[in-house]
Design a protein. Structure first.
Length: 164
């Protein structure tokens, strides 16, 4: 029931933003239209029966530290690439590291790939579902174990709470 109500409110807000009107009649019509759409597509949207959102409040609270750390890693990666580009620091040993997927869901793998690629210095090359690894090219892969540990630490500490 919580998921259905949450979806109804979100769809109604999208309708109101598209109209650029929050008059009571527009909100009422948007809620009615949203309810009809949710009911008509409930099998697709909810997988049959609406289930409650697991720990929505906890996920929302854990989102902000996740965003902060992604932002921090982007700044640090940018600084490291800048140093290498300006020849202020040697490049190290670039290479491809196989990082285990572990308990990540497909959405979790996509978010891990996005976060890895956003920060300069590493990029996702491929996901090998058969082997259960993400192939990541790192600017400094001199210690592949450290690259794996840092990805696993980030997942366990920040990402898992928001995007498992």
């Amino acid at each position: 029931m919580t998921r259905a109500a949450f979806s109804l409110v979100l769809l109604t807000l999208v309708y109101a933003f598209v109209l650029a009107s929050f008059s009571p009649w527009d909100l009422a019509f948007g809620a009615l239209l949203s309810g009809i759409l949710l009911y008509a597509f409930r099998g697709y949207v909810f997988g049959g029966k609406p289930a409650p959102l697991p720990g929505l409040l906890g996920r929302m609270l854990a989102f902000w530290p996740f965003v902060f750390v992604v932002f921090r890693d982007t700044i640090v990666g940018t600084w490291q690439v800048t140093q290498v580009t300006l020849h202020l620091k040697p490049i190290g040993k670039p290479g491809v590291v196989a990082v285990p997927i572990g308990e990540r869901t497909p959405v979790g793998v996509a978010v891990s790939a996005l976060v890895t690629t956003i920060s300069p210095g590493a990029v996702l090359i491929d996901v090998d579902w058969g082997e259960g690894v993400m192939l990541i090219h790192a600017m400094d892969a001199s210690d592949p174990g450290e690259v794996r540990r840092s990805h696993e630490y980030f997942y366990q500490r920040y990402q898992k709470k928001v995007f498992p």
